[in-house]
Design a protein around this ligand. Structure first.
Ligand SMILES: NC(=O)c1ccc[n+]([C@@H]2O[C@H](COP(=O)([O-])OP(=O)(O)OC[C@H]3O[C@@H](n4cnc5c(N)ncnc54)[C@H](O)[C@@H]3O)[C@@H](O)[C@H]2O)c1
Length: 352
């Protein structure tokens, strides 16, 4: 297969897990041994076919360094699970815009170097897919990179909750440019929203009536601080809509209140509480805690999405690619039930 030339926006924890993941699975050829991956191959593409060709950030300590070093620079604090050789990709300085909030101001110093011309840098690098991994509060910056991606002729993957890939105007512009776009707000491999949906869907199928349920989480990465400070409302809206979609009746659902506990680093504890009733009106209550590390939770899905988008490019598919977005994001253009979304993705990558 040909290589997949990828640009990264934001060299934070998620980017670290993604870049490490390509190295970690590089030499795995046996499907039975690809533990932690949903797909070893997607339409014939292996994770090692992904080649990072450019990266943008604003933080001093990341800008100007090789991507292999920048992914481990502070304040990144996720798990190190792979050694990454020098990649020959220098992290370039992009415009700051609204990239820094009040909390991150204390932990991120803006690099004093000159901003590059992002579209020109993308063109020069030969990037064909741009992955947006900016902080969730950086809405203007996310829109700016979607614009530069269009100018440079790159497909766009929006992992952030800024509404871009599910916005009709952006979709029209990507259709006109004959480029695919997917998003918004990446779903985790075993994240709180996924688990909450699976629990409610299963209980509902077994005749349990849910009255009330919530999902709250605490984490220590900069992204948790961002959510607390700037993007809590939009995250809560997206998560609540996504979770509510699995119940065929009205219930009180709150999903996605986040708090920040610095010493947790990139770990995340998610708490679920469910109250309902079953046979004969008997009461049911459920209390669950899920503990994960945030960034690796995005790795498997991102590897699938990048390869799915490459397939869209190979086929000349443009605009919002629903089978990819519904499978991998919390806010696609249309929310599709979990199993149907999984099947839709499999069909798409098989050529359906
Ligand atoms: N499991 C997950 O980690 C997960 C799941 C779903 C969605 N997401 C989304 O992915 C995004 C990234 O998450 P993360 O944990 O890696 O965040 P992070 O805070 O660790 O990384 C963000 C990076 O963006 C950089 N940045 C800030 N402003 C910039 C600008 N203007 N230009 C270029 N770079 C800039 C920061 O310096 C930092 O390196 C978030 O929007 C998050 O909501 C993550």
């Amino acid at each position: 297969m040909s290589e997949i030339r990828v640009g990264l926006v934001g060299v934070g924890n998620c980017a670290s897990a993604l870049v490490q993941g390509v190295e970690y699975y590089r030499n795995v050829d046996d499907e039975a041994n690809c533990i932690g991956l949903r797909h070893l191959y997607v339409g014939g593409y292996h994770p090692r076919d992904i080649k990072f060709v450019c990266a943008f950030d604003i933080a001093s300590g990341k800008v100007g360094r090789d991507l292999s070093e920048a992914i481990f620079a502070e304040p990144n604090n996720t798990l190190k699970f792979a050694d990454v050789p020098r990649l020959g990709v220098e992290v370039l300085k992009g415009p700051v815009l609204d990239g820094i909030g009040n909390y991150t101001k204390r932990t991120i110093k803006v690099d004093p170097s000159m901003e590059v011309d992002v579209a020109e840098s993308l063109r020069k690098s030969g990037a064909e897919v741009l992955v947006n991994l900016l902080p969730s509060g950086a809405q203007r910056a996310s829109q700016y990179y979607a614009e530069e991606s269009l100018k440079a002729g790159c497909a766009f993957i929006n992992a952030t909750p800024t509404i871009i890939a599910s916005d009709k105007d952006w979709i029209r512009r990507y259709v006109e440019s004959k480029l695919p776009i997917v998003g918004d707000d990446l779903t985790d491999q075993v994240g709180a929203t996924f688990l909450h949906k699976v629990l409610l869907e299963t209980l509902n199928r077994r005749g349990v009536r849910i009255f009330r349920t919530y999902q709250l989480d605490v984490g220590g990465g900069t992204e948790s601080a961002e959510t607390l400070e700037r993007s809590g409302e939009i995250k809560r809206k997206i998560k609540t809509e996504s979770v509510t979609s699995v119940l065929p009746y009205k219930a009180s659902v709150v999903a996605g209140s986040t708090d920040y506990v610095e010493f947790l680093k990139n770990s995340r504890d998610s708490y679920f509480w469910i109250e309902g009733t079953y046979f004969g009106g008997a009461p049911l209550q459920m209390d669950i805690r899920l503990s994960t590390i945030d960034a690796p939770n995005a790795g498997s899905i991102l590897l699938d999405v990048i390869r799915g988008v490459k397939i869209a490019l190979d086929r000349g598919d443009a605009g919002h690619i629903l089978p990819i977005s519904a499978y991998a994001f919390k806010h696609p253009l249309k929310i599709i039930p979990l199993l149907e979304a999984d099947e839709g993705f499999e069909e798409y990558i098989m050529g359906g």
